[in-house]
Design a protein. Structure first.
Length: 307
């Protein structure tokens, strides 16, 4: 019995089984999150994990251009690959890749929300692939080709360029962690007063200078009460100032292991894709399990018995 070869075979078969099972469970879980989370309106969305649907609008921070094609867009992701041929082995090797971190502006009928795409699974509908003889193309003068079919139909070159983009006025489905900044918030005056007092106590010399009227180095009952009333007024003033601030809604990556997805497709289409991917993972898991069982029953056990 070739112990080394058997160990490697078992490692790959068990890994295939575990990887396929993990992928199946992950995609099923994500599909469940998508279908069980109701769509919210931006203005009335609860704080926390929500699902939004709206239209992308241009951001105030200026124009974003995709690095390969130079196309004006809101978000991009690119990949540059080099064709390599070693004997009979032919493959595309990734040389360079990158993802935009520009924030997105999503609007629905009730308001708008800024989206931080960092950490999101972004699934844009625009995906272009073309070929060339330079590592970094100067734009995309010939237009996109259809992947390998494009090469067979006339595309050629040692480099393959892939670029995905989000554009203005495209629909966007978004699910992630929602929070509202600014505006009037729930206010606990007693708690806010205590926070102001603790802040003032951190500078005790300054506190005495303001409220120690008789200069004895400590606050008596009347001086302490005067300080409390001043802290109460300061807490109210700070709350009023926050209430005057404009309201901003933001969507970002959830702190827990919930899916964070941005897609031009709706939740039903996404869920169908995830179910198909889960089925693929289940098949891979089954193949790995069958291969492991065959190796154990036909190689490992007979080998141990013969030894």
């Amino acid at each position: 019995m070739d112990v080394g070869g058997l160990a490697i075979s078992l490692f790959f078969s068990v890994g295939t089984c575990a990887g396929g099972g993990w992928w199946c469970i992950r995609r099923l879980s994500e599909a469940r999150f998508l279908l069980n989370t109701p769509t919210s309106k931006i203005r009335s969305a609860a704080q926390g994990y929500v699902e939004l649907y709206g239209v992308l609008h241009a951001h105030d921070e200026g124009e974003v251009r995709a690095p390969l094609s130079g196309t004006s867009c809101l978000w991009w992701r690119f990949k540059v690959e080099e064709y390599s041929e070693q004997g009979k082995r032919r493959s595309w090797r990734v040389l360079e890749s990158g993802t935009s971190e520009a924030w997105l502006r999503l609007r629905d009928a009730t308001g708008e929300c800024l989206i931080n795409p960092r950490g999101a699974e972004v699934r844009p509908v625009v995906r272009e692939t073309w070929y060339g003889n330079e590592r970094r193309p100067m734009g995309n003068p010939n237009g996109p080709s259809l992947g390998l079919f494009g090469m067979l139909l006339g595309g050629s070159g040692h480099y393959r360029y892939t670029e995905e983009r989000l554009h203005v006025d495209q629909p966007l489905y978004a699910i992630g962690n929602f929070r509202t900044l600014g505006g009037a918030e729930a206010f606990d005056l007693t708690q806010a007063q205590g926070e102001v007092i603790r802040e003032w106590k951190s500078d005790f010399a300054g506190l005495l200078q303001r409220f120690d009227v008789n200069g004895d180095g400590q606050l008596d009952t009347s001086e302490w009460e005067r300080m409390r009333q001043s802290a109460r007024a300061e807490a109210q003033r700070r709350h009023a100032a926050r209430g005057e601030a404009p309201v901003h809604h933001q969507l970002s990556r959830p702190g827990e292991s919930y899916p964070f997805i941005l897609s031009n497709s709706g939740e039903d289409e996404l869920a169908r894709r995830f179910y198909w991917q889960a089925a693929g993972g289940a098949i891979v898991c089954l193949i790995g399990a069958l291969a492991t069982a065959w190796l154990v029953s036909n190689v490992l056990i007979p080998g141990l018995a013969a030894g």
